[in-house]
Write a protein that binds this ligand. Structure first.
Ligand code: ZN
Length: 260
């Protein structure tokens, strides 16, 4: 008899296995990043076909396989349907899917805090689907980037210099070779290449997001503008791409035009 198990999972992407079947890449509450076969999902009338679309969260029953598990039953928990009708919601949700797919393999996630990460993805999609403005979407994605890195042990110390360990109370520098923040004195004393200057107020903003709970409203939420949000998003994106050695592709054009 095949062994079965039940889990909740959010779809990140799917691709064809053969003429009838698909493979779904998803993040499961109990197993983390996983792939499974959805049999018959490519047939026009397949119910499973609809449930394996990107971003949908399902309650699944699966059969364990030698290499790949097979989905036996899927019941959707949340389709986050409004994501599909808005280009910004769609793009940023795809970025989250790509980021999780790139970064949440066992290599980076040894603590197996899958439930925490699952909830983070679920809550992020929930917030994005219900967003009314692009700023709301971008703020959610920025919080997501910061929280995910914190959960995976790659969180940044936004207000401490990694060399002298002093609290930074002026404009700081972020070194992409050290993957850390530096105060102006330490930047002057050593020859770090590949640094960007981080405005003090932006540093405080990022610190506040890092210290708050994901769903908590911070004192900056209503004040922050699109320029700051885009800068911060691209800063975090570059940091994450840098440490994962895999470039998320979805915002390549935006990056080329926005940062030098
Ligand atoms: Zn220093």
């Amino acid at each position: 008899m095949k062994k079965s198990f039940v889990t909740e999972a959010i779809n990140l992407k799917n691709y064809p296995l053969n003429d009838n079947d698909s493979i779904v890449v998803m993040f499961s509450k109990t197993k983390g990043l996983m792939r499974a076969v959805a049999k018959g999902a490519k047939r026009p009338k397949s119910k499973l076909g609809a449930r394996i679309q990107m971003f949908i969260a399902n309650q699944l029953m699966l059969f364990e396989g030698k290499n790949l598990d097979t989905i036996a039953q899927a019941q959707s928990l949340n389709t986050f349907s409004k994501i599909r009708y808005d280009l910004d919601k769609m793009s940023y949700s795809m970025y989250i899917a790509e980021l999780v797919n790139n970064f949440c393999s066992k290599q980076y996630n040894q603590d197996e805090n899958y439930e925490q990460i699952y909830d983070l993805i679920f809550n992020a999609y929930q917030k994005i689907t219900n967003s009314n403005t692009k700023n709301e979407i971008m703020l959610t994605v920025l919080k997501f980037q910061i929280k995910l890195m914190n959960f995976l042990g790659w969180g940044l110390d936004f207000n401490y210099c990694s060399i002298c360990q002093k609290e930074i109370e002026v404009d700081s520098y972020f070194s992409y070779s050290e993957n850390s923040f530096l105060c102006p004195e330490c930047v002057d004393n050593a020859s770090f290449s590949n640094c960007v200057k981080i405005n003090y107020k932006i540093g405080l903003f990022l610190l506040e997001l890092s210290k708050s709970e994901f769903s908590e409203k911070t004192k900056y939420d209503d004040l922050v503008n699109d320029v700051v949000l885009e800068k911060c998003f691209l800063f975090m994106k570059k940091y994450i791409d840098n440490i994962s050695n895999k470039k998320t592709k979805i915002f390549e054009v935006l990056e080329k035009t926005a940062i030098k």
